[in-house]
Design a protein around this ligand. Structure first.
Ligand SMILES: [Zn+2]
Length: 674
């Protein structure tokens, strides 16, 4: 090459660098990529899917399986929604995302904490004017693939994404946060039940997420109050409440609800529209929620259900979308909608305050709303990447598994005739969504349909703390004292945990859905187990004894596996990992009370709750999710951790750091499928 040509080449190179530097991100320099759509359906099980596809019940999904690919999708350990979706988004194992369960604990207090987000109270000047908003930190670490795609200059729209509270800013894109967004009371969704026939001892908080309020009629009207958010200007645990009145019309069999400036008359067996509920924090400042009522009975007893107090998407008190006005834009286009992360009313059905039909209709309508928004976003903005996560498949499976499992303690043949198809109905709705999205996508695009884990029946609960006591790993101050039953509201800072545990003689404790922590010297406040050899011996003893444990009724093992945290997790957040991860055999799960840190009598208990299907403390080997694609995939045995690197490779983007998953190899678009 002559000198002149070298100089010319250098000049061109310099010009190219200057050009790229000046105009980045430059649309023209980005490779043109076909559209990528990822649809997530929480908790869809590959066995149920295969069965219903082969019976012709799911035509669009069956077509995808024939022309592209269908395989079980490897999941995380534990196969729990927050854990799995965190790994889906980032391509990292839980040691890298820092999400090991819904709950974590503070080793200095032994108190449980919500694992998904941390918050600090807002600050007020003279208890009147807000000067600093509440500070919330997303506890999910790692870089989500949709952020990397947006950073590379591609338009990304992400809907109802779990573990996005507060939401990740997406350059030029939009994000609506899903699982992890609390209600206005900062819980996972407290439902309200107002009734004239509650016994005095029933009023108050239920075991799981409900508030029961006694109504006294004065003439034809009863007054009550709705306890809303905690008062951030108060040093004590005080909730701000607003009054509500119910006027009964016996002849019309209806109730008029008076709340704030609005009222609505609703017939028995019907839902109201959305009510705006403003909770005054100071005379100048209120936080806004929305709620709906369902009239269970109008006369002679008044029984009214009220949905959790959702953050108002038109005027959100906390960040639930990016940009922050995206949720209000959705309201303009689609009307009001639920914003609560855990958005189906599972707790109310589990506490038997609403019936199967009310729950199922609402769950299906909620799926329909997200389907409408998803299709609209796809056609409105033509995003390069669209991600939308549906959770109705999961919540309906949790609540209706008993009706497809005759061995469930809550199997009911009559209800099974009526609602035995509930899970199938949500799968059929998923099938319709997939069919419509495929039609609305640009041709040549890639469609991925995934679920985060499968499902099992949950017939029996295992009281892990009781087992630890009976096997000498936990000691009680007063063994004769009956184990106190906890409620979900104890989790949210009102209760004292493990009040009867003698920490000076306790080696291990269980909290959450399948975790055991050592009472480790130097880490736990009253730790007695020395790190190193002693810790290893204690973990080994617990592990061996648990694996040898047999269900006294059947003589069969209960645990599938007990893993050492340090063996299955790796990464920057390993210090937050449980010391032992318990994975149960199908049919068993950590008991309700263990998940709240309680020590009830007996080790195995039949699960008499309507929440009868689960996956949270199952083994990943028998709880995979699903993976379908409209394209032939050359790689086998896909894993949830492969989705992030796969999407990045479709956009020709280098992964941000080392990921635990691997990019799947897609056959060229024109490949003939078999
Ligand atoms: Zn899930």
């Amino acid at each position: 090459m002559g000198i002149g040509r070298i100089v010319a080449a250098c000049c061109i190179a310099v010009l190219a660098v200057v050009e790229a530097g000046c105009q980045r991100p430059l649309k023209a320099t980005r490779p043109q990529v076909p559209q990528v759509v990822v649809l997530g359906f929480d908790g869809v099980d590959p066995q149920l899917l295969s069965k219903w596809m082969s019976r012709g019940k799911l035509p669009h999904l069956a077509q995808l399986a024939r022309s592209g690919m269908f395989e079980p999708l490897g999941t995380t350990n534990p196969p729990e929604s927050p854990v799995a979706w965190a790994s889906f988004a980032t391509g990292l194992n839980p040691g890298g995302t820092g999400i090991f369960d819904f709950l974590t604990r503070d080793p200095q207090t032994y108190l449980p904490q919500l694992a998904l987000a941390k918050s600090r109270k807002p600050e007020f000047l003279f208890n009147l004017v807000p000067i600093k908003g509440p500070q919330i930190t997303n506890e999910r670490h790692g870089t989500p693939f949709y952020k990397a795609v947006a950073d590379a200059g591609y338009k990304a729209v992400v809907l109802r994404m779990p573990l996005e509270f507060p939401p990740t800013p997406l350059a030029g894109g939009k994000l609506w946060a899903g699982l992890g967004v609390p209600d206005i009371r900062a819980t996972w969704g407290t439902f309200f039940y107002f009734s004239t026939d509650l016994e005095p001892w029933d009023a108050g908080d239920t075991e799981f997420g409900g508030r029961l309020v006694s109504l006294q009629m004065r003439g034809d009207t009863a007054s009550a109050s709705i306890d809303g958010p905690l008062d951030p200007t108060s040093k004590t645990f005080r909730r701000i409440s607003v009054p509500v009145q119910f006027t009964v019309h016996p002849v019309q069999n209806s109730v008029t609800i008076h709340l704030g400036p609005d009222d609505e008359t609703v017939g028995q067996g019907h839902w109201s529209g959305w009510f705006h509920v403003a909770f005054p924090i100071t005379p100048f400042f209120a936080v806004h929620a929305i709620a709906r009522f369902y009239i269970i009975s109008a006369f002679p007893e008044v029984r009214v259900y009220m949905s959790p107090l959702n953050i108002d998407p038109a005027s959100p008190a906390l960040p639930i979308s990016y940009p922050s006005d995206f949720s209000a834009e959705l309201v303009e286009n689609h009307g009001l909608f639920k914003t609560l992360g855990w958005w189906d009313d599972t707790w109310a059905l589990n506490e038997e305050k609403i019936g199967e039909g009310v729950f199922l209709d609402d769950a299906l309508r909620t799926m329909e709303k997200l389907s409408e928004i998803t299709l609209d976003e796809l056609s409105r903005d033509h995003p390069r990447l669209l991600v939308s996560i549906f959770t109705g498949t999961d919540s309906v499976s949790h609540m209706f598994y008993r009706l497809i499992d005759p061995k469930s303690p809550r199997y009911d043949p009559q209800l099974a005739r009526q609602y035995g198809n509930a899970i199938l109905e949500t799968y059929q709705q998923m099938d319709r969504v997939v069919g419509e999205v495929e039609k609305a996508m640009e041709s040549g695009g890639t469609l991925l349909v995934v679920s985060d884990h499968g499902f099992h029946s949950f017939r029996y609960g295992f009281n892990t703390n009781t087992w630890l006591v009976e096997n000498g790993f936990m000691q009680l101050k007063n063994p004769a004292a009956a184990g106190k039953a906890y409620t979900l509201s104890d989790l949210f800072g009102q209760g004292s945990f493990f009040p009867n545990v003698d920490w000076r003689h306790t080696k291990a404790y269980a909290l959450g859905l399948g975790q055991i922590y050592l009472n480790l010297r130097g880490r736990e406040r009253d730790g007695i187990v020395s790190p190193g050899q002693e810790a290893d011996q204690v973990m080994d003893a617990i592990r061996r004894k648990l694996l040898a444990y047999r269900d006294p009724r059947t003589g069969q093992p209960v645990l599938e596996n007990v893993y050492l945290g340090r063996q299955i997790f790796h990464g920057a957040y390993l210090r937050k990992a449980p010391d032992l991860q318990l994975d149960f055999r199908p049919g068993y799960r950590t008991s309700w009370q263990t998940s709240l840190g309680a020590i009830p009598p007996g080790i195995i208990q039949p699960n008499r709750r309507k929440w009868s299907g689960d996956h949270c403390s199952s083994d990943p080997s028998d709880t995979p999710g699903i993976f379908l694609s409209n394209r032939v995939v050359l790689s086998s045995r896909p894993s949830l951790l492969d989705i992030a690197p796969s999407v990045l490779s479709l956009f020709h983007i280098n992964p941000p750091g080392t990921l635990d998953g691997h990019a799947l190899q897609f056959a060229p678009q024109d490949a003939v499928s078999h």
